[in-house]
Design a protein around this ligand. Structure first.
Ligand code: GLN
Length: 251
């Protein structure tokens, strides 16, 4: 009887574990949080969120046998949503930063980017020197935001990088600092010849990874296996080529 009792206790404990962990994978889904204002990594097309990260997340969900659900939110809400359990993973062109590791865990990295500085050809910012003290636009809470703090106290923070670039184009800002692949994408999309990227400021390497709530080593391991698989079998290259068709930026 005792044995049965302890078995029952173990079963109950297991059920509780599955329930708590299971809220994450409610109804066989994997919920990804992202800010779909960051082409080509994530953006809205019709009713869907598409882009490099959406496709990587689809591979992760496939390997886990779960259906991918995407929640679109502000970039600076992604980490809080992971911490509160609202989402299972954050795939948002998110750079691995020591400060972020205090709140979440990261998978292996899947992309190497840097910041870029967009300016107007007819504006006054031409290099790192002239960027000091300039009015810089950024996307709130991003590594571009942190980079801007090194140069100026006049920082305008936007929910979308695109809005910052529009303000720059309209003359309200002197520069925008945002991830290089996205900067190029926005410039191309706007087709404004007066907007250029400065190539003479040495920003640091940044590595994107999937953010995962703390305390889920199996999930981290599974995501790492998917990243290994898609790196080795050519899927990641194919995804990058699809979204960066004309460049060698895929790494
Ligand atoms: N890579 C930058 C960061 O992690 C920007 C990400 C984003 O805006 N989606 O802060």
């Amino acid at each position: 009887m005792h044995r049965n009792l302890s078995k029952a206790v173990v079963m109950l404990a297991l059920a509780a574990l599955v329930l708590t962990a299971g809220t994450a994978f409610a109804a066989g889904t994997l919920t990804m949080g992202t800010n779909a204002e960051f082409p080509p990594f994530e953006y809205v097309e019709g009713d869907a969120v598409v882009g490099v990260d959406a496709e990587i997340a689809a591979e992760i969900a496939k390997d886990l046998g779960l259906e991918l659900v995407i929640e679109n939110m502000a970039f600076d809400s992604v980490i809080p949503a992971l911490v509160s359990g609202q989402i299972d993973i954050g795939v948002a062109a998110m750079t691995v930063k020591p400060e972020r590791l205090n709140s979440v865990d990261f998978s292996k990295t899947y992309y190497n980017a840097r910041q870029a500085c967009i300016v107007r050809k007819d504006g006054g910012v031409t290099d790192g020197e002239t960027l000091y003290g300039a009015a810089i636009g950024v996307q709130n809470g991003t590594t571009g935001d942190y980079a801007a703090e090194e140069y100026s106290e006049t920082i305008e923070r936007y929910a979308k990088a695109l809005d910052a670039v529009l303000e720059l184009a309209g003359g309200k800002l002197d520069a925008v600092i945002v991830d290089a692949p996205v900067a190029q994408n926005i410039i191309d999309a706007l087709g404004d010849d007066n907007l250029i990227l400065l190539d003479n400021i040495a920003f640091e390497d940044e590595f994107y990874a999937v953010a995962i709530p703390k305390g889920k080593p199996e999930l981290v391991e599974s995501i790492n296996q998917t990243i290994d698989r898609i790196t080795q079998d050519g899927t990641l290259d194919a995804i990058l080529l699809k979204y960066f068709p004309a460049t060698e930026e895929a790494e």
